[in-house]
Design a protein around this ligand. Structure first.
Ligand code: SF4
Ligand code: SF4
Length: 277
């Protein structure tokens, strides 16, 4: 079996069997992942420096930070989407102001499992003779408030997943994948070269009904903070709402460092699929 297929199996097995992907009721946080690959040489990663900001790392910069020689032999970005299970999505669908407990646990404890998956994938690639790092777990990864872009970070998992053919952006800024917009995503960069996944879209917001000229906008009405409009999503106002005092109380009540919100990702036509129309 080639290394790409073996890695896909490893990621699927980890999501199937790892105890970290088990919620308090014994169910799972995430269903079987979607997996995609991007070439580190894909021009999109240089474009991201223009679109997001010069602070956004390219895969080759990440490899150099991981000790690879400058101008090395290339790299691959391995990306995955962890679809949030139906019962959690259902529990959030009925919320009108704040996330459900199951949603908050998925954002907190489920993301802890996602970090573990990042480590498992990187260690597996190293055991196959490569260099491999999870950008989100690297020293130096940070969030910042850029005067032009607003809230941003030195590596965006969603932009990596877009490059790896896993989905497109949307009116509310989420990534709509074949398993919908309600998910967590992750990535690892390695100098082991693997075939990239074809991107089955031509526009960066193609999977969103409103963005492709259809009739939707349900996420606009779902947002309790009123921060989504036909023009898009106001990241700064979203953050102010989701880090306000009621959310601080929820973090304490649920016992997690982050609870998310996700009202714009549930009870919407793109919740678990690419909407038709
Ligand atoms: S709810 Fe509709 S408008 Fe909003 S992101 Fe999903 S498809 Fe696009
Ligand atoms: S845009 Fe922000 S505040 Fe509004 S529903 Fe989505 S996550 Fe919640």
């Amino acid at each position: 079996m080639d290394i790409r297929k073996s890695l896909i199996r490893k990621i699927e097995e980890c999501a199937d069997l790892h105890p970290g992907n088990r919620s308090e009721g014994g169910g799972r946080y995430f269903d079987r992942p979607l997996i995609g690959f991007a070439s580190g040489a894909d021009p999109l990663f240089r474009e991201y420096k223009r679109i997001i900001g010069p602070f956004h790392w390219t895969p080759s910069e990440i490899m150099e930070r991981a000790g690879a020689p400058s101008g090395g032999t290339g790299s691959t970005v391995v990306c995955w989407i962890l679809p949030i299970v139906d019962s959690t999505r259902m529990s959030n669908r009925i919320q009108t102001r704040y996330p459900s407990r199951a949603w908050g646990h998925t954002r907190g404890f489920g993301e802890r499992f996602n970090d573990e998956l990042r480590r498992v994938v990187a260690e597996w690639l190293v055991s196959r003779g490569g260099r491999a790092v999870a950008p989100m777990l690297m020293e130096g990864w940070s969030r910042l408030d850029d005067p032009r872009t607003g809230l941003a970070s030195t590596w965006s998992e969603r932009h990596a997943a877009y490059a790896a053919g896993l989905g497109t952006f949307s009116l509310n800024g989420g990534l709509i994948t074949p398993r919908g917009i309600a998910h967590r995503c992750g990535s690892v960069v390695t100098d082991i070269l693997m075939e990239p996944t074809r991107r089955p879209y031509s526009d960066y917001r193609e999977n969103c009904l409103t963005c492709r000229g259809g009739d939707c906008g349900v996420c606009i009405t779902r947002c309790p903070a009123g921060v989504i409009s036909e023009e898009g999503h106001d990241k700064d106002r979203c953050r102010r709402y989701t880090y306000g005092p009621p959310f601080q109380a929820l973090r304490e009540e649920f016992g997690v460092p982050e609870v998310g919100c996700g009202l714009c990702q549930t009870g919407v036509p793109c919740e678990s699929t690419i909407p038709e129309g």
